[in-house]
Design a protein around this ligand. Structure first.
Ligand code: CDV
Length: 314
């Protein structure tokens, strides 16, 4: 049975270190209005959508990092206009941000995302689990990727939320490289998975053609969507941010693994697709009927072992 929700990916071009949060919010509001004009009811914004991708910089003054790049409250007075506009337009959204939380007197920092209902309520929160990069300063590298320095591993797990008459899960950027994350959401009935990303065009560790990095991004999105029979919305922040290029290629992928919509720029851009949530239902009843076909008794290593250990079977 067909059941439609008009979904948008609202891609951001670069947000430089010199850009204020107010400038970012103004652009996010403009994207929201464009998505609304296209009939979208649910908008997916990028990872760390209010600031530059700051883990590319080694910074020692943590209080300055906290003030410039982390949110102590969501919404805050500076981010409130986005929430107000979305509520006025009756649009739900996903957005990523640097979260500073205080738990029993201890400051904790996470790379987080939230789902906000069309009524303006926070329906769910996710804290990024797979943090790429390093924690040490690499002065000879072209740029840093310091997510392991600035964030803790998320402590909320992979959860799904009843949201806008759907079952929706959230992931963030590097999570899209790990099939386990998608499967855990799929096992909780996910119909839609939302994900914001910031992916440098260049590989920090070894030379790699930019086109190959985009190829990996697209084949992962298509396979994760198909193997879990979900609608997958992945939204970039991209372009030459602080002079460092990140690729766009934001996508809305159908449960069949087909790309339903894709951005063509590395700038602010909205794509919209009228997603039929019924499309995944048939797949989840047949080829990917998890209850009928999975054999978890043979998958134990997946949770028991982290890294590779060579284990000859005879
Ligand atoms: N923001 C990210 O998590 N970026 C990683 C890069 C470092 C590879 C990604 O997986 O896209």
């Amino acid at each position: 049975m067909s059941r439609h929700l008009k979904i948008a990916a609202a891609q951001l071009g670069p947000l430089h270190r010199s850009d204020t949060r107010a400038a970012a919010v103004k652009r996010l509001v403009a994207l929201l209005r464009e998505a609304n004009a296209g009939g979208a009811k649910f908008v997916v914004f990028p990872e760390l959508a209010f600031t530059t991708f700051f883990p590319r910089w080694w910074m020692e003054d943590q209080s300055e990092v906290d003030a410039r790049y982390f949110e102590r409250r969501m919404p805050s007075p500076e981010t409130q206009p986005l929430f107000d506009e979305a509520k006025k337009l009756g649009i739900g959204f996903y957005i990523g941000y640097g979260e500073l939380d205080e738990e029993q007197g201890r400051i904790r920092r996470f790379n987080s995302a939230i789902l906000v209902t069309p009524e303006g309520n926070i329906a769910g929160k996710y804290r990024k689990v797979h943090l790429p990069g390093h924690a040490d300063h690499k002065p000879h590298a072209a740029f840093q990727h310091l997510e392991k320095k600035y964030f803790e591993v998320g402590n909320l797990g992979f959860r799904t939320f009843r949201f806008m008459d759907t079952i929706t899960g959230m992931l963030i950027c590097n999570d899209r490289r790990w099939p386990e994350a998608f499967r855990v959401l799929g096992l909780q009935g996910a119909e839609i998975v939302t994900l914001g990303f910031n992916t440098p065009t260049e590989n920090l560790h070894y030379p790699e053609p930019p086109a190959l990095r985009v190829h990996h991004h697209l084949i992962m999105a298509q396979s994760m969507a198909f193997q879990n029979a979900i609608w997958l919305v992945e939204t970039a922040k991209c372009g030459a941010e602080d002079g460092f290029r990140m690729f766009g290629h934001s996508v809305i992928v159908a449960p069949t693994g087909e790309i339903a919509a894709k951005t063509v720029s590395e700038d602010d851009e909205v794509i919209v697709h009228n997603a039929d949530l019924g499309l995944g239902e048939n797949l989840r009843k047949t080829m990917f009927n998890l209850a009928a076909h999975r054999r978890p008794e043979h998958y134990k290593l997946i949770v028991e072992r982290i890294g590779v250990e060579v284990t000859p079977s005879n």
